[in-house]
Design a protein around this ligand. Sequence first.
Ligand code: NAD
Ligand code: ZN
Length: 244
Amino acid sequence: MRELARRISAARRLTIVTGAGVSAASGVPTFRGPQGLWKSFRPEDLATPGAFARDPQLVWEWYDWRRKLIDGCQPNAAHHAIAAWSRRPGFALVTQNVDGLHERAGTQHVVRYHGSIWNLRCATPCEAGSREWEDRTVPLPCVPPRCPHCGGLARPGVVWFGEGIPEEAARAAQAATACDVFLSVGTSSVVYPAAGLLVEAKRHGAFTAEINPESTAAAGIVDVAIAMTAEDALPQLHRFVESE
Ligand code: NAD
Ligand code: ZN
């Protein structure tokens, strides 16, 4: 932890990648965890274009349920520690989370790698193209919701399994791999291409670290693996950096 704090304190460019584990203490269930279940469906079977094509009603009921759940959650100590770092020059946060809790904690320069659960867009798409709109209504008055432009089906503005990363987010994340310290927090590091960012940062000569209470696919690659929860490790790390 001290070594990582020294590296962060000396870094000109700090990049943090977060996954569902960062929001676990806020009460947002992770996908690969014991509470990651909804009506005995697996998220991997619902968060796909195929599932939406087969049964948009079912997929939207699941998203509406998640939106309600997230709406009642607050950012935790991990989000706040990251928000404090985000005011440093050379900082970048790439999050796989769609919950918006980093933004609610006041984090600047957030790259939303997998979109936002609060955004919708036309599923067709119509003349509105891939333009998204924000809708924070909880619960949604009509499920599945409709595109205001063409009246067709709307879909969540998130990246599903098997879909590509939005171009601008992919470019920003790629650029952020050119850093001095790369810290991966609360992600199982199995979902590509997010997991590849760590390898890319290493190739650029970054000092790499991971915070996750469980051992992950990245544990053997990083310079430092801290086996702690994000909400315990990050505030402590923040204090160490402050005292450097
Ligand atoms: P994941 O569910 O695959 O993995 C979560 C990881 O967090 C695990 O490795 C687990 O050991 C770790 N973890 C659990 N509690 C933790 C804690 N308190 N502190 C630190 N780590 C903890 O999540 P993923 O790797 O982010 O990938 C799944 C995809 O699902 C993401 O890309 C994301 O789009 C989506 N998702 C988002 C949310 C959200 O927005 N909060 C929640 C679930 C899934
Ligand atoms: Zn439309």
